[in-house]
Design a protein around this ligand. Structure first.
Ligand code: 5GP
Length: 177
């Protein structure tokens, strides 16, 4: 698909970021190119319309899930909910701590962000070990919401995030080894 190739051409490889030995996939060039960015949102939208026609909310993961989630939610005519790093959200929250590809972190959601029984698609830029996405799934469980799918632009296959995410459904536009 030509659109996928355009997206792929706008993902930049940065060695040794944020720490030595890590090969970082930088999506800044993708955001900077309006055609490539549109192609990504188009493909995510087409996918969700086909697979999750009854989704109630898009929940985006801090921070790059905030770049893809809101335009996607607008296309679908549904609401966007932020899942943030610890300490950023006012009012009552639920929180889950998790292991990162590099380090330890904690994710939070406002307790009233998603009503019990609502159907949610989780969105982020990239799936690596799956720790972040798993924590987001756990937050949805705490709120008694249903995760229809975990959706990312990029999946790093060798880090086996897919295994960690089971039994949740998942989809990625681009896959790298
Ligand atoms: P995981 O928890 O799956 O190991 O890591 C995924 C999370 O870390 C995502 O929120 C993602 O934004 C960030 N991340 C990890 N590695 C990369 C990378 O190479 N490129 C980008 N853009 N984000 C990454």
């Amino acid at each position: 698909c030509e659109r996928l190739q355009r997206i792929r051409r706008h993902v930049r490889l940065v060695p040794d970021f944020p720490s030595p030995g890590v090969l970082f996939r930088d999506i800044s060039p993708l955001l900077k190119d309006p055609d490539a960015f549109k192609a990504a949102i188009d493909l995510l939208e087409t996918h969700l319309r086909a697979t999750c026609p009854r989704v109630d909310y898009i929940a985006g993961l801090d921070a790059r899930g905030f770049l893809f989630g809101p335009p996607l939610a607008q296309r679908l005519g549904i609401g966007f909910v932020p899942i943030r790093k610890k300490g950023k959200l006012p009012g009552p929250t639920e929180s889950v701590s998790y292991a990162l590809e590099y380090g330890q972190a904690e994710l939070e959601i406002q307790s009233d962000a998603v009503e019990p029984g609502k159907k949610v698609v989780l969105v982020d830029d990239l799936l690596a070990t799956g720790g972040t996405m798993c924590a987001a799934c756990e937050l949805m469980k705490r709120l008694k919401a249903e995760v229809l799918e975990c959706l990312v632009v990029i999946e790093l296959l060798s880090l086996k995030g897919a295994e960690k995410l089971q039994p949740f459904r998942r989809h990625s536009l681009l896959q790298y080894d």
